[in-house]
Design a protein around this ligand. Structure first.
Ligand code: SF4
Length: 64
């Protein structure tokens, strides 16, 4: 499973980082969230889905 952040939508609310701090991080340099893991195991799907739901601007999308 892979996820992407739409950096045009992301407003750095950081909700995703609270849901899965080892997967999402707000980059201080860009002021946008980034995905820390290249490949996310299926066992983390629940965490990612919680982050998707927690994002107020729907900036997190599943890809692949
Ligand atoms: S919750 Fe959404 S808007 Fe906030 S940092 Fe994460 S991706 Fe960006």
């Amino acid at each position: 499973m892979n996820v992407e952040i739409d950096t045009h939508l992301c407003k750095a609310y950081a909700n995703c980082t609270f849901e899965a701090p080892d997967i999402f991080e707000v980059d201080d340099a860009t002021g946008k969230a980034k995905v820390l893991l290249e490949v996310i195991g299926e066992d983390r799907r629940d965490d990612v889905e919680r982050a998707v739901e927690a994002c107020p601007v729907q900036a997190i999308q599943f890809v692949g």
